[in-house]
Ligand binder design. Structure first.
Ligand code: SF4
Length: 474
């Protein structure tokens, strides 16, 4: 049966507590900071999509310069605190740390990053000063990581920014699309407030492009427009039974959980989650933490091809989720309009496809999982109609941009998920910086505050490490 309020308030509090607790003492942070070798040409830094100067901010912590450390981080990534919680660091900075080569624990870069930035947000340190107004005005669609990152860089340069956000809160994916045990709604609110505290950025909430905001009007009213509207809901499965009560979209499920609170969100007793990306893991683990007795993840390839990291998979396994490898949904069964089961095809791997992963091929075998809820998490689709209606050149709904972030429309720039189809928060932050650089260049204003981009592809991540995980008590 699908129902809400399965657990007590205390149980929700335990299940959704921060999965990565911060350093308990200042000395504990110093001990880790002092282990850093401050490598020349640091590989950790090259693996950061926002090029945070990692050895520098760690050195600043070890010399007790916490304000300097937070400034170093935020200069490259204004979402540095949130990224310290949600980045897949085992395949980015921490995965590249030289300690991996010595078979020792990597420096806990994310935890140190949080150590400096959370203090800055908590104590409201005014680390950035906005330059005097240039009189130039820029409109941004979306107060997510790309939009706010773009806005912060522009505001620092004296641009007056207006953001049009369709939700009632800022933060985008960080606020509405990530497991609450990684980032709490309160944290997201504080982070957005901190970013906006620089001034010069006005956010108009509940304003949506194509509904109550027109791109044409923005083009005539502002000196430039930046599109950072992200992507939409999950693609459909196109199988029988998808219309049954109990089939839900993972994005919507996570949104409801974050927007309404844990006890208000209905969850099944036996849940199947289709897909194995980060969103699928977040949906599966949260279904379990909301009180589902069984959660089965259905993935059509093998461990070698999975899109989530090993760290994410370990969280799901530790939460008691079962993984069905080489399984694809074939039909959703129902009774009186409600989900009762999921029929899966047993797959085998064929030749590599366009993504260079081996394609799953159906065998003649099937199996059935008894479930009362199916959560679809098979990748998000771009806002195709919106993009087409506005005459934006695109690739299957993904907005096409040139090197400096410009679209085919006059004065219009774009970046983040609406361009790349959906990547990590940290990629969206960098896209916002790139967009701001393109806009500043277009407006003839020197971009003094935008850090150069490093080429992460020149460094290969080494063996990842597994940060300490607080286990769900089952
Ligand atoms: Fe420090 Fe590791 Fe980066 Fe070297 S690779 S600078 S040891 S965090």
């Amino acid at each position: 049966m699908i129902t809400n309020n399965r657990l007590t308030g205390d149980q929700y509090a335990v299940n959704f507590a921060d999965i990565h607790p911060p350093f308990e003492t200042h000395d504990a942070a110093l001990v880790e900071a002092d282990r850093c070798l401050f490598c020349y040409d640091a590989p950790c830094m090259k693996m950061c999509p926002t090029s945070i100067n990692i050895p520098k901010f760690i050195k600043q912590i070890s010399t007790e310069n916490i304000k300097g450390s937070a400034t170093t981080i935020f200069s490259s990534n204004i979402f540095g605190a949130g990224c310290g919680k949600v980045c897949p660091v085992e395949k980015l900075c921490e995965g590249a740390c030289v300690y991996n080569l010595m078979d020792e624990e990597a420096i806990p870069i994310a935890k140190l990053q949080r150590y400096a930035t959370e203090r800055a947000i908590h104590d409201k340190w005014p680390l950035f000063k906005r330059k005097p107004s240039t009189g130039k005005k820029v409109a941004i669609i979306g107060a997510g990581p790309a939009g706010l990152s773009c806005a912060h860089v522009l505001s620092r340069e004296g641009i007056d920014v207006t953001i049009y956000e369709k939700e009632s809160k800022g933060g985008g994916l960080m606020t509405y699309g990530i497991a609450a045990y990684k980032v709490t709604p309160e944290f997201c609110n504080d982070e957005v407030e901190y970013i906006l505290s620089i001034g010069g950025i006005r956010v108009k909430y509940n304003r949506e492009l194509g509904k109550n905001v027109s791109l044409e009007k923005l083009q005539s009213k502002y000196d430039a427009v930046y599109l950072g509207m992200g992507v939409g809901l999950t693609r459909t499965l196109a199988i029988k039974g998808e219309e049954l009560e109990g089939v839900v979209d993972a994005i919507d499920f996570i949104y409801q959980l974050r927007d309404k609170g844990f006890s208000s969100v209905p969850v099944g007793d036996k849940v199947a989650v289709i897909g194995l990306g980060m969103t699928a893991i977040d949906a599966a683990t949260q279904a379990k933490r909301l009180g589902a007795s069984e959660v089965s993840i259905v993935y059509r390839r093998t461990h070698a091809e999975m899109p989530c990291t090993q760290h994410e998979l370990d969280i799901a396994l530790l939460d008691g989720c079962k993984i069905n490898w080489l399984s694809a949904p074939k039909e959703i069964l129902g009774k009186r309009g409600k989900v009762t089961g999921l029929v899966c095809s047993v797959m085998e791997l064929g030749k590599p496809d366009a993504s260079e992963r081996r394609s799953p091929v159906e065998t003649n075998e099937t199996f059935t999982i008894e479930v009362d809820m199916v959560i679809k998490a098979t990748g998000q689709i771009p806002f195709v109609d919106l993009v087409m209606q506005n005459g934006l050149e695109n690739d299957k709904g993904k907005v096409r941009i040139s090197d400096n972030g410009r679209t085919n429309l006059a004065k219009v720039f774009a970046g983040g998920d609406c361009v790349n189809g959906g990547k990590e928060v940290v990629d969206a932050v960098q896209a916002g910086k790139d967009g701001a650089r393109g806009i500043l260049e277009f407006l003839g204003i020197p971009a003094s505050n935008v850090e150069p981009t490093y080429n992460a592809s020149t460094v290969s991540p080494q063996k990842g490490n597994l940060p300490d995980i607080k286990l769900l008590r089952l």
